[in-house]
Write a protein that binds this ligand. Structure first.
Ligand code: HEM
Length: 134
């Protein structure tokens, strides 16, 4: 199966827009995004590119997501868990099970790696905490 067979570009856009609509309304995550994202059209377009690269193998994303997150103050395990919970709430509504599985697995992996990177950048002496068991 070619990477582009997993889902359409419209499905990616639907997922990303649905997810960030939840994020913006969330009591914990909403204020962080409100502080750091000035142009939502631009942010959403970038995130559609990011997820399109992951789910469809397109090559439009050219950002550096790890440093962007390391620069954010006061992130913690609970915030990453909330991020993932909202992501899973969004993917649960997809009627494309293969896309859902792949998106959930990649979100878990990337969230874990950002959270590791974040902790190591702040406190390299300490063993970083796991986000999800296993
Ligand atoms: C607690 C969890 C998270 C928070 C609070 C958060 C917050 C943010 C914020 C505020 C930005 C904008 C930064 C800026 O433009 O200066 C951003 C960018 C971004 N986020 Fe997150 N994020 C989280 C987790 C994740 C995860 C798990 C992923 C991927 C699965 C992700 C993917 C991205 C990408 C691709 C960008 C664009 C980076 C760039 O400009 O190159 N984020 N995030």
């Amino acid at each position: 199966m070619a990477a582009t067979d997993l889902c359409t570009e419209e499905e990616v856009t639907h997922l990303v827009h649905g997810f960030y609509a939840r994020v913006r309304e969330d009591d914990l995550l909403g204020p962080i995004f409100h502080r750091h994202v000035a142009d939502w059209d631009q942010h959403l377009a970038k995130l559609v590119d990011f997820w399109s690269a992951i789910l469809r193998g397109t090559r439009r994303f050219t950002g550096a997501p790890m440093p962007a997150h390391i620069a954010l103050p006061d992130l913690n395990t609970g915030l990453f868990q909330r991020w993932l919970a909202l992501f899973h709430e969004t993917t649960r509504l997809l009627d494309n099970p293969a896309m859902r599985e792949q998106a959930d697995a990649m979100a878990r992996r990337i969230a874990q790696s950002f959270w590791y990177g974040y902790q190591l950048s702040r406190d390299p002496e300490r063993i970083p905490k796991q986000l999800v068991p296993g």
